[in-house]
Ligand binder design. Sequence first.
Ligand SMILES: C[S@@+](CC[C@H](N)C(=O)[O-])C[C@H]1O[C@@H](n2cnc3c(N)ncnc32)[C@H](O)[C@@H]1O
Length: 403
Amino acid sequence: MLSNYFFNALNITNNDDLLAFSKKTNIPVSKLKMYNDERIFPFNHDLKVILKELNITELELKLRLGIIDTSTIEDIIKNSSNISKIIESSGKKNSKEKTLVEPIYTTKLGKLYQDDCLSVIENIPKNSVDLIFADPPFNLNKVYESNINDKLTKEEYLLWTEKWVLGCINILKEGGSLFIWNLPIWNTYISSILNKYLNFRHWISVDVKYQLPIPNKLYPSHYSLLYYSKGKKPNTYNNQRIPLEICRHCGGDIKDYGGYKDKLNSHGLNLTDVWHDISPVRHSKYKTRESNELSVKLMERIISMASNEGDVVFDPFGGSGTTYIVSELLKRRWIGAEIGPIDSIIKRFEDIDFHRDQIKEIQAKKNVLFTEEMNKIRRKNGHWLPETLEMNKKNKSNKLTNK
Ligand SMILES: C[S@@+](CC[C@H](N)C(=O)[O-])C[C@H]1O[C@@H](n2cnc3c(N)ncnc32)[C@H](O)[C@@H]1O
């Protein structure tokens, strides 16, 4: 069974076995379940008694659980010829036939498949995609229109995740970029897959509160956005700048820039790896379906930053199609997959002018130090503006030359 690595390793196949093992080792059932469900290697005294009960070494238990430390990797490398023969002869080769899939909806630039992303990925040529963005289900037991099972065991979710992640790595071009949006916990596992094949660029924290505070834990307040490239440097990195943060009411500075004001770039501040300016999609006018829709601003930023016009963008988890709409409007070619209903995606394309205006508005508010509205309120309330700093500088130097 896939979902019970730990119990399988302990030869526990049913509840009676579990109770018996617990009794023999004195490890409570709840703790054995924790090791199994959380996929954690047993520790301290528990480890000692488990090894004794199974009469195996720590290394064998690790191998039974699929845990390979770096020191073991060295031995595997040394014995790779023999080990690969053993694995290959065990007959577990991937001989699955490729199923051809046809797009269900096309636009000037894009192709949308109503299918499992794993089949769609198989049909995309290797080394052909410039940018991949993925926002998979988070396994939080949510109800999706597609009726997918969003309550897999940890083991099942991670196995499935590894499949589509490896597929995405295969189709990414050299120099292409990959972004994965998920809860921090899942992205720690996804990072450990990606670190083997791609180059880490950033763990971007997107400051969004998405659940209530949890007792005895920190208040979860960010989504993780992983950013990797295939090869040392991405082919495309278009710097994105954001406006200064100001007081919503009076337009005044929030931070004290002191004597550095005139050194600020007139195109805005450098984007950091903590994004505070992405709001969840809540307003019904902007929200096209019940849940999970990402903000157009987030996708505009990622696609503008990591691709150019004409590039190919792939998103394996369509949802309501935010990636596809933004790609189309930014003149990127795109490939999409959604296993469930796709009417909300098509509806968005029918109303593409609404999103065109949204993008225009988003773009007017980036790569500037102050947006037009900010300029207005700052001028009205007498706060400094780049031109006033420029004037002050000129006046100062005139005074000095007149002396
Ligand atoms: C979190 S939502 C994506 C939301 C999307 N980023 C947006 O802005 O609307 C995940 C989507 O993936 C779809 N999905 C789940 N498993 C899939 C699979 N194996 N292949 C394709 N789509 C899948 C679900 O039906 C769901 O619509």
